[in-house]
Ligand binder design. Structure first.
Ligand SMILES: C[S@@+](CC[C@H](N)C(=O)[O-])C[C@H]1O[C@@H](n2cnc3c(N)ncnc32)[C@H](O)[C@@H]1O
Length: 307
């Protein structure tokens, strides 16, 4: 009886975020290779991130909100005075943000890194089709340990890719970004972060862990540790913007996109439905259950300048 009571209490106990580590069952490369083509259901341009809603925009037009997110990242890199900016995308997916920047900055030189060979091939084909294959390069590599030239980038960014990095402060990723930037260059990171009193119910804890498993995330970054690491590395002019309300209109598209995907790609689709593909449907459905205002996860865009 006592044992049973203790178990009930243990289940109901509010667990600190520090305990919330996940050992994903599917590797990152497998996940993005198998689920990668399914991102077409989310974005015809293969933007693998949420959208940014601006007052007056059409909240039903998902693609333009996704593109606006690219524009917001670019604006925070402050490249107006740089004649031929060198930019590096840490975790570039299929290169949608790189192509957007190539279009907006005709003199920029753009490089994207991804750990997934399938994405390198696909991004290359998409860059060629978009006519920017000469100026946009995507290579395979680990953004925590690159062999790229130190101190040589005017801007470095990670758009919804930092979540995959190690540690609650994403220290290795931030140290690498710092090393790659030139003095005065800027880093922009947009992603989900944990903040607040860092507590959650047992049910939310389980949902959080499932979400991380589905998206192959070891642990979501804790906002205060992330910003402390930026300071410690020598970044200055650190700004943190909470964009939960800006991304909410695109998050609201998830049920419709998931339903359409299930009807078209699962019921009548030809590709085999794998665990990785199911995970990619499940994760965004779980996300609102552990995000603000219900849970401790929130969406932030963080910018910082290298001294
Ligand atoms: C959700 S996708 C975002 C892609 C892209 N930034 C976008 O917004 O369309 C996450 C990306 O991070 C990449 N990634 C994760 N860990 C990485 C690592 N250690 N090194 C390089 N890329 C990584 C994945 O390969 C994937 O391309």
């Amino acid at each position: 009886m006592i044992t049973a009571d203790v178990k009930v209490i243990e289940k109901a106990i509010v667990r600190p975020v520090d305990d919330a580590h996940v050992a994903p069952q599917i590797g990152l490369e497998q996940y993005y290779s198998e689920a990668g083509p399914d991102y077409a259901a989310w974005s015809r341009e293969f933007n693998m991130h949420f959208g940014y809603y601006r007052a007056g925009a059409n909240p039903l037009d998902r693609e333009s909100m996704l593109e606006q997110m690219n524009a917001e990242v670019l604006a925070r890199l402050h490249l107006d005075d740089v004649a031929e900016p060198r930019l590096l995308d840490l975790g570039c997916g299929l290169g949608a943000t790189l192509r957007s920047f190539a279009h907006r900055l005709p003199s920029a030189r753009l490089l994207g890194l991804t750990r997934v060979p399938w994405q390198v091939e696909q991004a290359h084909a998409l860059n060629e089709a978009a006519g920017c294959g000469q100026r946009v390069r995507v290579i395979e590599g680990d953004y925590e340990h690159t062999i790229l030239p130190r101190g040589s980038y005017d801007g470095v960014y990670a758009l919804e890719s930092s979540c995959h990095a190690h540690g609650a402060d994403k220290g290795a990723l931030l140290a690498e970004a710092h090393g790659l930037l030139r003095p005065g260059g800027r880093l922009v990171v947009a992603d989900g972060f944990l903040e607040g009193d860092q507590s959650r119910s047992a049910l939310q804890q389980r949902i959080y862990l499932k979400l991380c498993e589905c998206w192959v995330i070891e642990e979501v970054s804790q906002l205060h540790l992330f910003t402390a690491r930026l300071e410690q590395l020598g970044f200055e002019e650190i700004t943190v913007e909470h964009l939960q309300l800006r991304v909410a209109p695109s998050v609201a598209h998830i049920p419709w996109v998931a339903l359409k995907f299930l009807l078209t790609d699962v019921v009548s689709g030809k590709r085999k439905m794998t665990r990785a593909r199911w995970n990619n449907v499940l994760a965004p459905v779980l996300l609102p259950l552990v995000s603000a205002p219900l849970g401790p996860m929130t969406y932030c865009m963080i910018a910082a300048k290298k001294r």
